[in-house]
Design a protein around this ligand. Sequence first.
Ligand SMILES: [Mg+2]
Length: 302
Amino acid sequence: MASKRDSKAPTTGPKASLPGAPSPGTDPGENDLDALTAPPTEGELAELAAISAGPRRRFDALICDIDGCLVPENMDPLDAPALGRIAEHNKIAIKTGLLPVVTLCSGRPQPFVEAMCRLLHNTVLPCIAENGVWMYFPATNEYHRDPTISRDHMQAVHEAELWAEAELYPRGFSIQPGKTASVSFYHPDMAQLDPIMPVIEGAFKREGWPLRVSRTTCYVNCDLEHISKATGLDWLIAAAGLNPDRLAGFGDSQSDIPIAERVNYFACPSHHDPKLGAMAHHISTYHEAWAVLDVLERVLAE
Ligand SMILES: [Mg+2]
């Protein structure tokens, strides 16, 4: 028997117009492509002039870490206005070719990185996810896993997960979902992270699992020994045909040292690891996404 709800026709759209929304019925994808291929409007050129001292581009890309750089390290909400402004920057950068495009190099799982890539309107440059395991191509929606990761490597990661389920879950640890060729352990009490690292390292050594153990603010990361942001960045630079002399980078922790080592200009947010800060050309006084905007709109535009 049909319910009351089934007997009603589905609603087809808002009765009143929605400010800022595209016209009902337009395909947002086509709309977007048209907008990208059309010449810049006077308004967009004025916006470009406002955020860049002149029509020149010293850098083709800004390779950016995510946690602590674009989003908070903890579970705090994302700063949507700041991220939206970076997306506006990327739209103008891609359309005019006069500003660096912001792309991503992160330890986060691929789905998180893909979502950030799309949020930031990077439609052209590949992103690195899971500390070098994955490269996501926004132009074609392809996902490539580092081809040097073998079946044996995947088996070792799987066995490490099973070991953790038995040994670490009872101690209050959990695994960050979404990772495929690495494991990240979380505990709501961050004081538990440092003491567990030698336990994890001991198990990996005993079992012969080729995994490297390191720490971020909120996680213990276990990555395949031969995979890192360094291998991911070399892969990204080669795949996208980027010139390191024309790259800028942004990071906040020691896992971002490979970014600093591969770019011509490197910057940090106000909260950063001192070892990385020593490698930076600029340390912003701002936090997270506003620090990235500080670099995009002020420092790189000078
Ligand atoms: Mg970070």
